[in-house]
Design a protein around this ligand. Structure first.
Ligand code: DP6
Length: 330
């Protein structure tokens, strides 16, 4: 099935005229149980489910307006060249939603995640873009349908439609209509996420290509879907029972297992820098001293720490530049 066919099924047939402009915000999210590998690359359908935590006010705000002539993109107050990867990815997604071929957009995006936090913004960006399209064209779609549309832009974006803990159901259908994200009912007010910036340099290989290459060549990949299925079930129990030790152990173990699959790919995909390894050792040393902190990592060298409010002081003592996020505080 193609993206266009899925979109045709989801969008209302008769639409009002577009509004003058529409603005929407979506939070960044960090997976505690990772999405790594697709059963369908066209529709970004995952091999297994995943579970993330959204970062509250840290994310992307997108304003859309119709524009005569050609698309124009601005990011964080600056115009962006149409050939930049930001503009190309956004335009390719918007192409599916132009009412006529000569319809163009003015796209104004702001990331509230400081660039220095080294956090990927594509998930929140595609989620905010989808929400803004829904408003601009008056689709009036439910969050579940919007989650499916955002997934077509970037898989992890389907989780950024919601706050708090969010599960992305892998689904089984070839159409992907059963592959959407959903928030969990549980909150955890004293949970903290710390962003450790190791490097903000552009990566040599993006997550999209890296996950396909891992799936195609890594001898360790065969064990991954089973690991995710087990971790996902245990993580949900840890969240339900507020067992922080379990949550931390599973999230850290899951990230390491994902990195193990890619490190073993041929050729290897190694996102870790010397500073990443140093930070991993520092986390382990803190834990040995009784400061309970765990880490997770995505397709990059930066660490995201997980700890509780009571341990903020000992974590910040070790990681002095840490940006601390309270995902459940309003
Ligand atoms: C390591 O969602 O960026 O962050 O679907 O190809 O756009 P595409 O991939 P993307 O991959 C994210 C991978 C990850 C893990 C995760 O967020 O679950």
């Amino acid at each position: 099935m193609t993206k266009r066919e899925v979109i045709e099924q989801l969008l209302p047939k008769r639409l009002p005229a577009p509004c003058v402009s529409a603005t929407a915000f979506a939070p960044a999210n960090i997976a505690l149980c990772k999405y790594w590998g697709k059963r369908d690359p066209e529709l970004n359908l995952p091999t297994a489910g995943s579970l993330s935590i959204s970062l509250g006010k840290l994310g992307s705000e997108v304003t859309l307006a119709p524009r005569a002539g050609r698309d124009r993109f601005a990011l964080n107050g600056k115009l962006v060249a149409p050939e930049s990867s930001f503009a190309r990815r956004a335009a390719a997604f918007l192409d599916f939603f132009r009412p006529t071929s000569d319809f163009h957009f003015e796209v104004t995006a702001h990331n509230t995640v400081p660039t220095a936090a080294g956090l990927a913004s594509s998930a929140s960006g595609f989620a905010a873009l989808t929400l803004a399209l829904n408003k601009l064209f008056g689709w009036k779609l439910e969050r579940r349908q919007l989650s499916i549309l955002a997934r077509l832009g970037s898989g992890s974006a389907c989780r950024s439609l919601f706050d708090g803990f969010v599960e992305w159901h892998a689904g089984k259908a070839a159409s992907g209509m059963d592959s959407f994200a959903e928030p969990l009912k549980f909150n955890w007010p004293d949970l903290r996420v710390g962003l450790v910036m190791i490097s903000d340099k552009e990566k040599s290989i993006g997550s999209r290509d890296a996950m396909q290459h891992t799936r195609d060549t890594s001898p360790l990949y065969a064990a991954w879907p089973e690991t995710v299925t087990r971790d996902l079930a245990e993580l949900k129990t840890a969240i339900r029972t507020r067992n922080f030790t379990k949550l931390g152990e599973i999230a850290e173990g899951n990230a390491l297992a994902m990195h193990a699959t890619m490190i073993a790919a041929r050729p290897s995909v190694l996102y870790w820098l010397p500073g990443s390894v140093e930070a991993i050792h520092a986390v382990h040393a803190l834990r040995a001293e009784g400061c309970e902190v765990y880490f997770t990592m995505d397709a990059g060298p930066n660490l995201k720490l997980l700890f509780r409010k009571a341990d903020v002081r000992c974590v910040v003592k070790e990681f002095s530049d840490l940006q601390v996020v309270a995902p459940f505080s309003a």
